[in-house]
Design a protein around this ligand. Structure first.
Ligand code: FAD
Ligand code: NDP
Length: 595
């Protein structure tokens, strides 16, 4: 660097360097903090220009001028995109709280973060992000179902998923409790117990309405900008937002989060989209469904079939292949058997071929033709047909190709790193739109919260998608964490797996009028890993509560001995896991008849 005399000349020279270089560091070659600062930029692959002041005759004069310009005489003295950043500590702090990225970017945007989708994951992420002082907007827009059903803020879980489903499940259990009460001596005089669909539906929809309202209030009070608009990318930092009335607005943002969730899929057969409903419509159905066919054999279909049967409807499930693909098949079959014993009919293996309307009405009357695996045709009439054959991610037609976000070409699920970053670096994805992740509310929430912390603080913790517990809310609930037995055998070999199992009494006071020995639990252990428990499965009342409780133990690597060492709580269902001593291999009778 040529020596320049006079502070005005030095000032002009410093300004020139600062303006010409994205990262400009005034440094000293032997200074350890200067080395650290340079290493920091190297570690994030950012080029910098450094002037080593100790090698210049006028180095001290430059430091004096820097002090006059910035208030800082010490080195390193760093500028980014023309703005003064400071010394090493400031640089490190900026890296940790992500403002370094913002300075390096050099652009200014309307928002630091725009979340597309105000469901479980999107709301959790937006609310976490604002806590860290950044500007956040959240878009949520519900396209009506083919039957015209629509709903408010909160996404699938609150409006057409977990919450109304659990309430209908509870309503059906309540019906059994009334039966149970009779066996304790309660009597109903004259009046017969009858279920009223409309009353239940209205109560549930009122509850959902209040949740929608609370979400809006919460966003406002936390200063997240909420827009009831549909988002489509224009470029990787700009989105087009279209509201219900077709009004268009553009927003720019440094980061985007894809949290659009999924919607029910329809099989491509005549009459299906016109005449069938899905879980998007069932929970707000204005009339009692009557004789119902549920097509599909996984979570949604079995849960809906379960509560509808328990509420007194004539229900059939059309199963294409197996029940609950991906779950422990022994448990899945036990569920099917229990449901069949309690009135649900099953047609299997069978797929629907066509659906015809015989009568309009609420409910109407429809003829469903199905094809059994052996080619036989089955025909029956139903008032309501619930299609539950899986869900497609809402990733089509929103410009993901324009911004270079890679999706699975077959399914449309978003491909992302283990830190939820997509192939477009400033766009992330969480929840049901992600490929290969469990489609569950707590997973979307956890991923959203942790991602917001990583984006706007120095946090590094990623969402752990392993050992995610889940529960199928069929009439007899099924809770699971870890591997199904067949997966464990595949992975470790039959010889290395020990399965402990037991029937258990669902407690005389819980289900007095039901058969004994339907409730069942098993622990899957790996012998060579000191009997580490790699799968816990339970079929019985409150299986969700039980499984949640044991989740921490499984995540911490609990062994069978740890389970044995835990003292049970009597009389509960969960205590069965502390006293299991019969292996499946032994063939010993596992029936129980008392405590
Ligand atoms: P969602 O909650 O689906 O939210 C996405 C939101 O984005 C929606 O409001 C959508 O309309 C909106 N959106 C889409 N595209 C755009 C766009 N371009 N612009 C603006 N907004 C857009 N999980 C459990 O853990 N337990 C259960 O018991 C359970 N039961 C379920 C029962 C049923 C019947 C169903 C269908 C699902 C159930 N789930 C359950 C799954 C759970 O609901 C989902 O995993 C969860 O809601 C996913 O959250 P998300 O944030 O990814 O998406
Ligand atoms: P899934 O993708 O889990 O299952 C789809 C079901 O439909 C399978 O039984 C499948 O059979 C069957 N199927 C697929 N295509 C056809 C067809 N053309 N004809 C007939 N049957 C067909 O979807 P769900 O809708 O049940 O659930 C979606 C997700 O929502 C779940 O994965 C879950 O994560 C979440 N969820 C969670 C709940 C909970 O936590 N309790 C409750 C409800 C949903 P096959 O096995 O032969 O492929």
């Amino acid at each position: 660097m040529p020596p320049i005399d006079g502070s005005d000349g030095l000032k002009a020279m410093i300004e020139d360097l600062v303006n010409k270089n994205r990262v400009m560091i005034f440094s000293k070659s032997a200074c350890p903090y200067c080395l650290k600062a340079k290493d920091l930029f190297k570690s994030i692959n950012v080029e910098y220009h450094a002037v080593e002041l100790d090698k210049l005759d006028n180095g001290p004069a430059i430091q004096d001028t820097l002090q006059a310009m910035t208030g800082q005489r010490t080195v390193p003295n760093t500028f980014i995109n023309g703005k003064h950043l400071g010394g090493y500590d400031s640089t490190l702090k900026a890296k940790e709280n992500k403002t370094l990225e913002v300075m390096l970017d050099g652009e200014s945007y309307d928002y630091d973060l725009v979340v597309i989708g105000g469901g479980s994951g999107g709301l959790a992420c937006a609310k976490e992000a604002v806590k860290h002082g950044v500007k956040v907007a959240c878009l949520d827009f519900v396209k009506p179902s083919p039957q015209g059903t629509t709903w408010g803020l909160g996404g699938t879980c609150v409006n057409v998923g977990c919450i109304p489903k659990k309430l209908m499940h509870q309503a059906s259990i309540l019906g059994h409790s009334i039966e149970d009460a009779k066996s304790y001596g309660w009597e109903l005089k004259d009046e017969k117990v009858k279920h009223n669909w409309e009353t239940m539906k209205n109560a549930i929809q009122d509850h959902i309405g209040s949740l929608n309202w609370n979400y809006r209030v919460e966003l406002r009070s936390k200063e997240v900008t909420y827009q009831n608009s549909y988002g489509e990318f224009i470029d990787k930092h700009k989105i087009k937002c279209t509201n219900k009335r077709g009004k268009v607005q553009e927003m720019t943002s440094r980061y985007f989060i894809l949290a659009m969730g999924g919607r029910p899929r329809y099989p491509d057969i005549p009459g299906c989209k016109e005449y069938c409903i899905t879980s998007d419509d069932l929970f707000s159905l204005p009339y009692a469904p009557g004789k119902t066919l549920c097509i599909g054999a996984s979570y949604v279909s079995l849960e809906c079939a379960g509560f509808l049967t328990s509420l007194g409807f004539d229900v059939t499930v059309m199963v294409r292949s197996i029940l609950l693909r991906g779950f422990d098949q022994q448990m899945a079959e036990e569920i099917g058997k229990y449901m069949a014993d309690h009135g649900t009919k099953f047609i299997r293996p069978c797929v629907p071929v066509k659906i015809e309307r015989l009568e309009e009405g609420q409910p109407g009357r429809y003829r469903v033709t199905g094809k059994m695996q052996d080619g036989t045709e089955v025909v029956d009439e139903y008032n309501t047909i619930v299609v539950a054959v899986g869900r497609d991610p809402c990733t089509k037609g929103i410009g993901l190709d324009t911004v270079g976000v890679d999706v699975d070409p077959k399914t449309g699920f978003v491909l992302a790193s283990d830190g939820e970053q997509t192939s477009c670096p400033n766009i992330y994805a969480i929840g049901d739109v992600l490929k290969g992740r469990p489609e569950l509310t707590p997973v979307a929430i956890q991923a959203g919260r942790l991602l917001a912390k990583r984006l706007f603080t120095s946090a590094t913790l990623k969402c752990d998608y392993v050992n995610v517990p889940t529960t199928v809310f069929t009439p007899l609930e099924y809770g699971a964490i870890g591997m199904p037995e067949e997966v464990a055998i595949d992975k470790f070999g039959q010889g290395d797996i020990e399965v402990y199992h037991s029937h258990f009494l669902p407690l005389e006071w819980t289900l007095p009028h039901r058969e004994e020995n339907v409730c069942y639990a098993k622990l899957i252990c790996v012998k060579s890993l000191k009997e580490k428990v790699i799968g816990l499965h339970v079929l019985g009342p409150n299986a969700g509560e039980i499984t949640q409780g044991f989740t921490i133990g499984i995540k911490l690597g609990a062994t069978k001995a740890d389970f044995d060492n835990a003292i049970g709580i009597h009389p509960t269902c969960a205590e069965i896991f502390t006293t299991m001593n019969i292996t499946k291999n032994s063939g010993v009778d596992i029936s129980v008849s008392g405590c």
